[in-house]
Design a protein around this ligand. Structure first.
Ligand code: ZN
Length: 193
């Protein structure tokens, strides 16, 4: 069973490897990721947020499990164009309860593969563009807190991050997660879904 891992689980700083084959195992992970995402009212979830070091993410901007027609899967995504920028508020399922303003490209062009293995190319702006940039960052081990600026000057934000980190360390002490070193070994050893 997969779970959404909170910061600072080492998978979140791991640079994920490309997906080589879209098989039943990958499709099962995708299904489970959508279920976890809906349970947390999220609109996007990257594979390394459930501890899988592969380059794909799922999106449903409606956050509504009943709207399966709005589900999108991006495999091996590449943002090939970025145009101008704008700031907007973001959150992340690996940082429950934390929100912050992040500057990102206003319009992007992304290339990826869908779950059927078909190449897709999408021009995206607004929420879709922002979500794609946020999730693609995850696959490179990049997090939205990296954009928030000097955290030492942001008391509420840094207190919230410390609270999330303390939660992860407590779960680790209870044996829910292995040690950071063990997690890193597991991430390095996973070669396929
Ligand atoms: Zn996120």
């Amino acid at each position: 069973m997969l779970r959404i891992v909170p910061y600072p689980h080492p998978a979140l700083r791991h640079e994920s490897r490309p997906v080589i084959e879209i098989d039943d195992s990958l499709r099962a992970i995708v299904r489970e990721m959508f279920t976890l995402m809906y349970a947390s009212n999220g609109i996007g979830l990257a594979a390394n947020q459930v501890g899988i070091p592969l380059r794909f993410f799922v999106l449903n901007l409606t956050a509504d499990a009943e709207r399966a027609d709005q589900e999108q899967v991006f495999i091996n995504p590449e943002i090939i164009k970025r145009h101008s920028s704008e700031e907007n508020e973001e959150g992340c399922l690996s940082f429950p309860g934390l929100y912050g303003k992040v500057r990102r490209a206003r319009k992007i062009k992304v290339r990826a593969y869908d779950l059927q293995g078909n190449p897709i190319e999408i021009d995206a702006d607004d929420l879709l563009g922002r979500a794609i940039q946020h999730e693609t960052d995850h696959l490179d081990g990049k997090l939205f807190i990296d954009y928030l600026g000097d955290l030492t000057k942001m008391k509420t934000t840094s207190a919230k991050i410390q609270e999330i980190e303390a939660g992860f360390r407590a779960a680790q002490a209870e044996g829910i997660y292995p040690s950071d070193d063990e997690i890193r070994r597991q991430l390095a050893g996973m070669t396929s879904a």
